[in-house]
Write a protein that binds this ligand. Structure first.
Ligand code: PBG
Length: 343
């Protein structure tokens, strides 16, 4: 006998005695039995696809930090919306990369009914009316400093920002947006947007609140995509939630629901599964996660290097959101995963 083999102690229990004959591996023994007892599933119906829009025609630029992701002019975004609809993806979320000369201190171009976000909404709705359009109503793509609010004397001013965001939401709804998604975390924005939408006859337009948006390092590649990376001075800690906090996230979500949010979103996604789970348990409302740019890029980069199996990691990460309690996921993987799920 190998001298390193530990001796079985006298009177040691057998495995059956230890487990009481319960053996959880029984149902894992074959593919058919694993499928039979699978508790959560990912479907195309869970996907929201965030896309980046630029001005011009027939323009498509890769986002270097997000392999496989492009900024597209409106005409090409319409083609992609058609593809998404064919794949069965329920909704798109649009984000603009606005020309630098249209950005200013207050993000005033957000109030142009013909800015590229509103033009994209109109064009996509005209060509593909069956797909849902979710528009982000924050100011950061429109400000010269990359912040989500109006900046005065080094301070992001809350109430003035809320007024502007609510007015922008009405223009987005008028362009055909189905869901307004404010991502700026100003206090009172949900109630103000709800009032503004209702006053203008848009009772049917829903609000997906970026209720718990955390100050996070995982937004880096997105900032490259919309061109705020070089602009942003300082950080967003005076308006996004400290990522050390969980009770505060619950209070934010509670407040947004009281103000009229129809759905909640947690952002970023995978590092915040505990928050998703807590909100779903607490409120039982439609709950979404945003698997943000940095999460996407990490999986892509590790996959490209052969350090992980990128496709499997993608599917595993998306299923984790379902297990945590999500009703759906905003993910840059949407078209890729939709093709896989269909194939
Ligand atoms: C800001 C906004 C952010 C994202 C979407 N809208 C965060 C930020 O730039 O601070 C991040 C999306 C992503 O990382 O994929 N309103």
């Amino acid at each position: 006998m190998n001298k390193y083999t530990p001796a079985k102690p006298a009177g040691a229990r057998s495995v059956d005695e230890i487990t009481g004959s319960r053996r959880l591996r029984r149902m894992r023994k074959a593919d058919w039995s694993r499928r039979l007892v699978q508790e959560n599933r990912l479907s195309v119906d869970d996907l929201i696809w965030p896309i980046f829009i630029i001005d011009g025609e027939n323009r498509k630029e890769p986002v270097p930090a997000m392999p496989g992701v492009f900024r597209m002019s409106v005409d090409l975004a319409v083609r992609e919306a058609e593809r998404a609809a064919r794949l069965g993806i329920p909704a798109l979320a649009t984000f603009p990369n606005v020309d630098m000369d249209l950005r200013d201190q207050t993000g005033s171009h957000v109030l142009d009914p013909d800015n590229i976000i509103n033009r994209a909404t109109r064009a996509i709705k005209a060509a593909v009316p069956e797909i849902g359009i979710i528009t982000d109503v924050a100011l950061d793509p429109f400000t010269s400093h990359g912040h989500d609010g109006i900046l005065r004397d080094g301070i992001i001013v809350n109430d003035e920002t809320v007024e502007q965001v609510a007015a922008a939401a009405v223009l987005q709804a008028a362009a055909g947006s189905d869901i307004i998604a404010p991502s700026d975390m100003m206090d009172g924005r949900i109630g103000a947007i709800r009032d503004a939408l209702d006053d203008n006859g848009f009772q049917d337009v829903a609000i997906m609140s970026y209720a718990t948006k955390f100050a996070s390092a995982f937004y880096g590649p997105y900032r490259e995509a919309i061109g705020t990376q070089g602009l942003l001075k300082g950080d967003k800690k005076t308006y996004y939630i400290d990522h050390a906090n969980s009770d505060e996230a619950v209070r934010e979500a509670e407040q947004d629901l009281a103000e009229g949010a129809d759905m909640l979103m947690v952002k970023p996604g995978l590092p915040y599964l505990d928050i998703i789970h807590r909100l779903k348990e607490e409120f039982r409302v439609p709950t979404f996660a945003y698997q943000v740019s940095g999460e996407y890029s990490m999986i892509k980069a590790a996959g490209a290097n052969g350090w992980i199996d990128g496709e499997k990691a993608m599917l595993e990460s998306l299923l984790a959101f379902k297990r945590a309690g999500c009703d759906g996921i905003l993910t840059y993987f949407a078209p890729e995963v939709a093709e896989m799920l269909r194939g």
